[in-house]
Design a protein around this ligand. Structure first.
Ligand SMILES: NC(=O)c1ccc[n+]([C@@H]2O[C@H](COP(=O)([O-])OP(=O)(O)OC[C@H]3O[C@@H](n4cnc5c(N)ncnc54)[C@H](OP(=O)(O)O)[C@@H]3O)[C@@H](O)[C@H]2O)c1
Length: 279
């Protein structure tokens, strides 16, 4: 079984560079999907309050018999809970659903900059971090101006920024900022929800390495220093996505993949996304 490398976050916490994402896995299927991922070797799960499947993650944690300390668990604040008091309460409920005393990483899911003062929300996350119930805190879908405000107005810099990244959206500015300031980039929709899988350049590189396009794309992320957590409910794909640590892409391969960027999102644009789901 592959050994997953670990990155060290800016507070010293270690994070496995490959994990398993559970977005769009129905609540009743999540426990089995996560158990399947554990069985394939994954020890890092990315969920969110809005996915409504934290209980399934918690159930899998318990049923797996794995030591809690051997699994890295991330969850994210629901958009409806940005007010600091609401954020603290929502976090408590996450711990209950996950049936755990702490999470490894807690993120603000979206900045909602038109609706919320995310700086106040971040201060609630700083309190949670201070309590020890989140081993690290970070943000998701934050753009440069949002990060600069946190830098100027708060005391703890996010450990990660979880953003959409794949070969069609390489996010050079945000990744450069992350490198300069010690903020690890977590790449969501790392294979563009499947959209990059027919790409001719990726297909050529995959053929040269005798690998699948998904594997080459995930390997590009890893070599670029991103954390990734592809989602799949298909056993063969779960295993395939995990099997990316015994080959290397060349500098030329990496540059060719970088060159595929066309600033194309599969998900919402954080500058205009202001959706607060019903509570
Ligand atoms: N912070 C945010 O705002 C945000 C937003 C979106 C996602 N995320 C996180 O990022 C994770 C991953 O992103 P994602 O789920 O949007 O997209 P993704 O992982 O890029 O793609 C998932 C899709 O690709 C298919 N797939 C997976 N591996 C494959 C393979 N080897 N070959 C062919 N098809 C494959 C899956 O199908 P099957 O399941 O049918 O196999 C699924 O339809 C999420 O689960 C979530 O944890 C975060």
């Amino acid at each position: 079984m592959s050994t997953v490398p670990r990155l060290t976050l800016n507070n010293g916490v270690e994070i496995p560079q490959l994990g398993f994402g559970v977005f769009q896995i129905p609540p009743e299927e999540t426990k089995d999907a996560v158990l399947q991922a554990f069985d394939a070797g994954y020890r890092h799960i990315d969920t969110a309050q809005s996915y409504r499947n934290e209980e399934g993650v918690g159930g899998a944690l318990k049923e797996s018999g794995l030591d809690r300390g051997d699994v890295f668990v991330t969850t994210k604040l629901n958009n409806a809970a940005h007010a600091p008091e609401a954020a603290l309460e929502a976090f408590d409920r996450s711990l209950e659903r996950l049936d755990t005393e702490y999470v490894d990483l807690f993120l603000i899911h979206w900045p909602l900059a038109m609706l919320s003062n995310f700086v106040d929300t971040w201060k609630a996350l700083e309190d949670i971090y201070g309590s020890g119930r989140a081993k690290a805190i970070g943000v998701s879908n934050f753009q440069l101006p949002h990060l600069r405000r946190l830098q100027a107005e708060t005391t703890i810099l996010p450990a990660v920024n979880q953003i959409e990244v794949h070969p069609y959206l390489t996010q050079t500015e945000l990744t450069q900022f992350g490198r300069e300031h010690g903020i690890v980039i977590e790449a969501w929709s790392p294979i563009g929800q499947g959209r990059v899988l027919d790409d001719p350049t990726l297909t050529r590189i995959a053929r040269n390495h005798d690998r699948s396009v998904a594997q080459v794309t995930l390997r590009w992320h890893v070599q670029r220093g991103h954390v990734v957590f592809p989602k799949s409910v298909t056993r063969a794909r779960v295993e395939e996505n995990f099997d990316i640590f015994d080959f290397d892409l060349s500098d030329a391969d990496l540059a060719d993949i970088d060159g595929l960027n066309r600033d194309e999102r599969t998900g919402p644009d954080p500058d205009t996304f202001d959706r607060i789901p019903p509570a």
